[in-house]
Design a protein around this ligand. Structure first.
Ligand SMILES: CCC(=O)SCCNC(=O)CCNC(=O)[C@H](O)C(C)(C)COP(=O)(O)OP(=O)(O)OC[C@H]1O[C@@H](n2cnc3c(N)ncnc32)[C@H](O)[C@@H]1OP(=O)(O)O
Length: 624
């Protein structure tokens, strides 16, 4: 039996022994004597009697254990022309002082803190400072609009909001303070303070209880890490659900530290002293897990990049960063590579840089199309590793475990289930499907350490959304199949969640925005295939009788509304006015059928359709 098979078998047959062994990679204030607590199933807990501090494990133990002078964080910001390096000692000291600043504001263990920060070192510092004192951070991605920020503030009820004065996009400076003010003007919950880091590209006007980051830090004293229970929440990260209300994924401290440290070696083959780069955003789970926590937990150097794959300044940006900082492995989303390939199909820029130390490219966040896979492999000459996971799971469910046993790649497959994840493919009735047949991908409970423990303040929603469809299993919301070799192929979502440039978005939220327009009687939003972003949203609206608005003007208004209420990240640009929407006799809009036709598939007409003429009339619009 190979290393993978044996490890996988043991992880499911003896999770207690397997995860207690893995837990030895973490320094505990109180080492756990047990791994799994199933006493409140389906709300499983890991390492119930363990105590630790995640920031201590990410920083202090390396700073004090011989890696003090090693770079922990390299910030590379082509949008500002700045670069900065932090050794483990420097980063630990900055985090300890900012943790002291938080403490001086009365933030203590269990308090929530919303972070609305771009890709700057202070984002990492603020996350780790919260972890140091046991506060629960919730990072909100900068591309979201005030309404989305407000929904997260209302749900998490933070004591503080910590923000920068601005984020920087290649074509514009995005002022954050007006976005925060607009959000707070609508929320019942009001944080005690908004702490603002002033950036020179656009300062923010502070008023009332607002505080300046630098002033706060100037008078702060460093504080020691506070041991917390392994089962305490480390962070909340909101993700789109099928309804407008985002879901607050709760990550625990102990399971997260153990699983991430284990994944860094077993899956990515990255170890202490290596240089690792995740080109994503700290606002996404990939940023939480693989920009911040995992690389620091194992004592690697992590690169934080404030720029884009193209345009900052050119399509050679990724290769420049890899070469300049000695990056050994890169993790990014397929969209980023498609953007590079579009501008520089022959990878001429690549030839300008020395990438001899580069070992592997990891891709996730959306489907990796075979064309992009082959292009990246041909041009880089290194393994290109597709893998699959979700905000909820926190770390990979299926991957090619480079550190355990590299396996042959099958393009289109995320390779095999990772140890810890009991992956099944089920039919409508919950029966196991044979190899090659597509069905719902589920994960048999208990989920391994590091996966979500519940949704913030919404245990019942957690149970209903994930655990009710197939009792004893977690519903991933993705469909796919296992082949005869046990390789997993993930084919797409089974619900109304779409993936736009690696950003998970709810079509339901977009429909709610379109429906709020006074001229719109009903509407549907579907995700359609896009060569660059993987998927983009497309809206279809039916006008109210007598609505007097020019189509072009309505289109512009609807696009602007989605940008205002959800944010630019929705990339909502296409909307068509149609006579009617195709529905079943019970009134359900046939979105899946519409999606299939728009993507050029030979979609069968459902027998439950109310009026087939409506679908026939829509075909040309969908194909167009
Ligand atoms: C495995 C678990 C997971 O799936 S976690 C999620 C993983 N996903 C990712 O890592 C995301 C990967 N995608 C990306 O990083 C970006 O899309 C890349 C590929 C870099 C392209 O970026 P960009 O050219 O900005 O396109 P986009 O589609 O992301 O942006 C659409 C509009 O939104 C804007 N935007 C983007 N980020 C921000 C931000 N932080 N603050 C403010 N605005 C932002 C962009 O400027 C763009 O705006 P516009 O429509 O052009 O005006």
């Amino acid at each position: 039996m190979g290393a993978y098979s044996e490890t996988y078998r043991r992880s499911l047959a003896d999770p207690e022994g397997f995860w207690l062994d893995a837990a030895r990679a973490i320094d505990w204030a109180k080492p756990p004597t047990r791994a799994l607590d199933a006493s409140a199933e389906p709300f499983y807990r890991w390492f119930p009697d363990g105590e630790l501090n995640t920031a201590y494990n990410a920083l202090d133990r390396h700073a004090d254990g011989g890696r003090g002078a090693q770079p922990a964080l390299i910030w590379d910001s082509p949008v500002t022309g700045q670069k900065r390096r932090y050794t483990y000692s420097e980063l630990r000291d900055e985090v300890a002082v900012f943790a002291g600043a938080l403490t001086s504001l009365g933030v203590t263990r269990g308090d929530r803190v919303i972070l609305y920060l771009p890709m700057i070192p202070e984002a990492v510092i603020a996350m780790l400072a919260c972890a140091r004192i046991g506060a629960v951070h919730s990072v909100v991605f900068g591309g979201f609009a005030p309404k989305e920020l407000a929904a997260r503030i209302e749900d998490a009820k933070p004591k503080l909001v910590i923000a920068a004065s601005c984020g920087i996009e290649p074509t514009r400076v995005v002022e954050y303070k007006p976005i925060i003010d607009a959000a707070l003007a609508t929320t019942e919950h009001q944080p005690e303070h908004v702490v603002v880091l002033q950036r020179e590209q656009a300062g923010a006007e502070l008023s009332g209880t607002d505080l300046d980051w630098d002033d706060l830090v100037e008078s702060a004293l460093p504080v020691d890490p506070v041991p917390v229970k392994a089962t305490d929440p480390l962070y909340i990260l909101y993700t789109s659900g099928t309804t407008g209300k985002p879901k607050g994924v709760v990550r625990d401290a102990g399971g997260h530290a153990v699983a991430l440290a284990w994944s860094m070696g077993a899956i990515y083959d990255v170890h202490a002293g290596d240089v690792w780069w995740t080109a994503s955003d700290v606002g996404w789970v990939v940023g939480h897990s693989y920009i911040v926590y995992a690389p620091l937990l194992v004592g690697a150097t992590t690169v934080l990049y404030e720029g884009k794959p193209v345009g900052t300044p050119d399509a050679g940006a990724f290769w420049r960063v890899i070469s300049e900082h000695g990056v050994q492995a890169l993790f990014t989303a397929p969209t980023a590579l498609r953007a590079v390939k579009k501008i520089d199909p022959d990878a001429a820029e690549l030839k300008k840089y020395d990438l001899t130390g580069f070992r592997a490219l990891f891709l996730a966040g959306e489907r990796l199309d075979p064309e992009t896979y082959h292009w990246a492999g041909d041009k880089l000459g290194t393994p290109v590793i597709d893998h699959w996971w979700q905000t909820e799971t926190g770390w990979p469910i299926a991957a090619n475990p480079r550190g355990l046993e590299p396996m042959p790649v099958k393009p289109g497959s995320a390779t095999k289930p990772v140890p810890g994840w009991d992956v099944h493919v089920l039919d409508q009735n919950g029966a196991e499907l044979p190899a090659g047949q597509e069905g719902a991908i589920t994960l048999k409970l208990p989920l391994p350490p590091g996966s979500l423990t519940t949704l913030w303040g919404a245990d019942e929603r957690y149970r209903e959304a994930y655990l009710s469809r197939y009792p004893g299993h977690y519903l991933t919301g993705d469909s796919g199949y296992l082949d005869e070799d046990g390789y997993l192929f993930v084919m797409g979502r089974t619900d109304d969640v779409i993936n736009v440039a690696g950003h998970r978005l709810s079509t339901g939220s977009m429909e709610a925005v379109l429906a709020s327009h006074p001229a719109v009687a009903e509407c549907a939003v579907i995700g359609v295939a896009d060569q660059l972003k993987g998927q983009v949203p497309r809206g279809f609206v039916v006008l109210k009788a007598g609505a007097d608005v020019a189509e072009e003007q309505l289109r512009e208004e609807l696009v602007a509304l989605v940008r205002r209420d959800i944010g630019p990240v929705a990339a909502f640009r296409e909307v068509s006015v149609v006579e009617a929407l195709p529905k079943t006799r019970s009134g359900k809009i046939l979105r899946k059928t519409m999606r299939g036709i728009a993507d050029g598939r030979d979609e069968p007409v459902p027998s439950t359709i109310e009026d087939v003429a409506v679908l026939d009339a829509l075909r040309a619009v969908l194909r167009g």
